[in-house]
Design a protein around this ligand. Structure first.
Ligand code: PRP
Length: 212
């Protein structure tokens, strides 16, 4: 039996994913050591491997078959647009992709003006403004703390994830338009889905049964 490999997006999602897998009887002792610098963890008994990766890299590992199964946010799947199968919505990590900005920026969205949009998600922003709103905009890629964009006048609005809304509130910004709801998803390599379909389907069904 060959190893099946999981790629997990680092951070909160990975913790929730490991909790769910534990409920399915899939555990990895090595991963519980918080101080470890190891990158890959093995469950010899079940012939499973796990590694943690930066969220945007998870669909890349899965597309190329370096991982058979990935667990990552829907935002990353949309942004990366990789050739993978999305097989399950895990329901946790719920948040929204939104256009946000100061209250006054709302009118710039209504009047279809040429505006500047800062985002960690340039492809999602482009698709929303160009294909859905038919508004030509200037998209500026940032790598984090995107809320700074309108505050320091880099951009008029941002396209970003809103979870509790507290980052927006504390910085005098608000949701202006909602693009889509988001949550954690399971993705599978297209070849693995054919070659290891029995084992993979068993794992997916166990996850489905243990969702809250
Ligand atoms: C995310 C997102 C928002 C914030 C939203 O940032 O980009 O900034 O969380 O959460 P809230 O609505 O609960 O305030 P993250 O913490 O991932 O860091 P980043 O800004 O470096 O991307």
């Amino acid at each position: 039996m060959r190893y099946l490999t999981f790629a997990l997006g680092k951070g909160r999602l990975a913790n929730s994913a490991m909790e769910l897998l534990a409920k399915c009887g899939i555990e990895c002792e090595e991963m519980k050591d918080k101080n470890t610098r190891k990158l890959i963890f093995v469950n010899e008994e079940l012939k499973l491997k796990f590694f943690l990766a930066k969220g945007p890299d998870v669909p890349t590992y899965v597309e190329y078959g370096a991982a058979d199964i990935g667990i990552v946010g829907a935002d990353t799947i949309m942004e990366e647009n990789r050739r993978v199968y999305e097989v399950l919505d895990l329901g946790f990590g719920k948040c929204r992709m939104c256009v946000c900005g100061p209250h006054d920026a709302a009118k710039l969205l209504d009047h279809h003006e040429m505006i500047r949009v800062a985002s960690k998600y340039p492809n999602i922003a482009k698709d929303y403004f160009y294909n859905k709103k038919h508004q030509t905009v200037d998209i500026i890629k940032l790598n984090g703390s995107v809320e700074l964009g309108p505050i320091v006048n880099l951009s008029d609005v941002i396209v970003d994830i809103v979870e509790t809304g507290s980052t927006l509130r504390e910085n005098g910004l608000e949701v202006l338009e909602e693009i889509c709801p988001l949550s954690a998803r399971v993705i599978v390599n297209q070849v693995s889905m054919q070659m290891e379909s029995e084992r993979i389907k068993k794992i997916i069904n166990a996850m489905k049964e243990n969702l809250e």
